[in-house]
Design a protein around this ligand. Structure first.
Ligand code: NAD
Length: 484
């Protein structure tokens, strides 16, 4: 590969005015260069915002049915390019090909879902106290939308933000994470080829501090939709509040699983381990803590260790790999920091904990799947988002204790319980602090047509995907018409 990729602004592929690029390395083999992206500047962002603003009026006036047709075309093109896009994502950030292909398939499904949205209703009629009046609502686009995305779902997240933004009549500038900017550019190629008018979709690559921040601060950007870390999310919220822009944040998680003494332990151990270790634990929805009923603690732990021992670590492009490398050096350093901290705080390292140093792994960010026992709920490894393949096992006496400990955390993205008792399942559903809940299922993974988002520090409390996306990407107008 090692091509140089350009920004897409006002329907043209352009270099940054900085004349500088950033390099993208393969985290499975850092000697391999995947390509170069533009190291854009504030001036590039301003140009892209100008182009999105200029395109807005005519895009707003375009029928939503026509806008939907373009999304359908994009879905076809995306699916045709599944091999190329999935491989690029795997090379850029290490996720297995099975998973990146799954993301492309999901991306296609999301585009088709929102294509249909162009045909659905956008308002209501409401009875008026004056029977002559027509009192009704309609929805209008918010305007120019800045889309800021992380590296861990480099295909699905950009699409699940851009597709609703576009069908509801907004114009878009995307600033993807630099780690996966080439994947985002390949998605933009799909939108360009589908025939979206110049300026309706734009991409500007570069650092979060310069490019991302310039987008957030630009007074002509009417809304920011962001997925990423809590630290950056807080900064975006503060800036948007100050200048009156709409914002939406989906951020971190520290997702608990509860395993009760009536659970199917084979199912529970299998789905707990895949929830924790798939994509090397780098999902906001990954399982991170397990609260296990003391009666079955030993049996469940043995099954978890057996599952973990069978995990095949390797490059994401290899067919038999279950767990690829971590996505970057800083990711590896963070995960190792937490493993060290867990040991220092007195947890027992039961499995893994080390980087892989064999010849085939030495130039990548590979680490073993890791399991800790004797974890106190107050320890950093039980409280903070690690974003790596590290699972904490915690023994509990009953469901009440499990829920209390699970809720004793700043985050509230997703949670899961394994039990055959319907009463316990409903208690869990009612009492757990999480936006996404599973009963006898893996913590990660929600269907694209359903709302997605967290409670507490995991979110700004709006929801993405499905019908819920309409709330963010449109504004309601209430109209009263009185015949004169
Ligand atoms: P990050 O916050 O470092 O970066 C996310 C994006 O923000 C990137 O495009 C980055 O360049 C940009 N950015 C950085 N500084 C910025 C600034 N000052 N102004 C504007 N933009 C800026 O996050 P990451 O490391 O890419 O992703 C990992 C995080 O994302 C984890 O915390 C994970 O839980 C979270 N995540 C959440 C969800 C969810 O839906 N809840 C999904 C995936 C990932």
């Amino acid at each position: 590969m090692s091509d140089t990729y350009l920004n897409y602004i006002a329907g043209e592929w352009l270099p940054s005015n900085s004349n500088e690029t950033l390099v993208s390395h393969n985290p499975a083999n850092t000697k391999e260069i995947v390509g170069y992206i533009q190291k854009s500047t504030k001036a590039d962002v301003e140009k892209s915002v100008e182009s999105a603003k200029k395109a807005l009026n005519s895009w707003k006036r375009t029928s939503s049915v026509v806008r939907g047709e373009l999304l359908r075309k994009a879905a076809d093109l995306l699916e045709e390019k599944i091999e190329e896009i999935a491989k690029t994502a795997t090379l850029e950030m290490g996720k297995t090909l099975v998973e990146t292909k799954g993301e492309v398939i999901r991306g296609g499904a999301i585009l088709r879902y929102y294509a249909q949205e162009g045909l659905r209703k956008v308002g209501d009629t409401i009875p008026s106290t004056d029977s002559r009046n027509l009192l009704y609502t309609t929805r209008v686009p918010i305007g120019v939308v800045g889309v800021i995305t992380p590296w861990n779902f480099p295909i699905a997240i950009p699409i699940w933000k851009m597709a609703p933004a576009l069908v509801y009549g907004n114009t878009v500038i995307i600033k993807p994470a630099s780690e996966t900017a080439i994947t985002a550019i390949k998605i933009m190629e799909v939108f360009a080829e589908a025939g979206f008018p110049p300026g309706v979709v734009n991409i500007v690559t570069g650092s979060g501090s310069e490019v991302g921040n310039s987008l957030v601060e630009n007074r002509n950007v009417n809304a920011i939709t962001f997925t990423g870390s809590n630290e950056v999310g807080k900064h975006i919220a503060t800036t948007c509040i100050q200048r009156g822009a709409k914002y939406q944040l989906e951020m971190g998680g520290k997702n608990p699983v509860i395993v009760l003494n009536d659970a199917d332990l084979d199912l529970a151990s299998k789905l707990t381990v895949s929830g924790a270790m798939k994509h090397t634990g780098q999902k906001c929805t990954a399982t991170s803590r397990v609260y296990i009923h003391e009666d079955i603690y030993h049996d469940f732990k043995e099954k978890v260790i057996k599952e973990v021992s069978n995990i095949k670590v390797g490059p994401g492009v290899a067919e038999d790999t279950f767990m690829g490398p971590l996505s970057s050096k800083s990711q590896l350093e963070t995960v190792l920091h937490f493993i060290k901290k867990g040991k220092e705080e007195g947890a027992t390292l039961t499995f893994g904990g080390n980087t892989l140093t064999d010849e085939e792994f030495k130039d990548g960010y590979f680490i073993q799947p890791t399991v800790f026992e004797d974890v106190e709920n107050s320890m950093a490894i039980a409280q903070e988002e690690i974003f790596g393949p590290v699972l904490c096992l915690i023994k509990v006496a009953n469901l009440d204790e499990a829920i209390e400990l699970a809720n004793d955390n700043a985050f509230g993205l997703c949670a899961s319980i394994f039990t055959r008792n319907l009463g316990y399942a409903f208690t869990f559903v009612n009492e757990i602090d999480a936006g996404l809940i599973k009963v006898n299922g893996e913590s990660a993974g929600v269907e694209y047509q359903a709302p997605f988002g967290g409670m507490k520090a995991s979110s700004s409390h709006s929801r993405e995907q499905g019908e819920a996306a309409k709330e963010f990407f449109t504004s309601i107008k209430t109209i009263t018409i009185t015949p004169s």
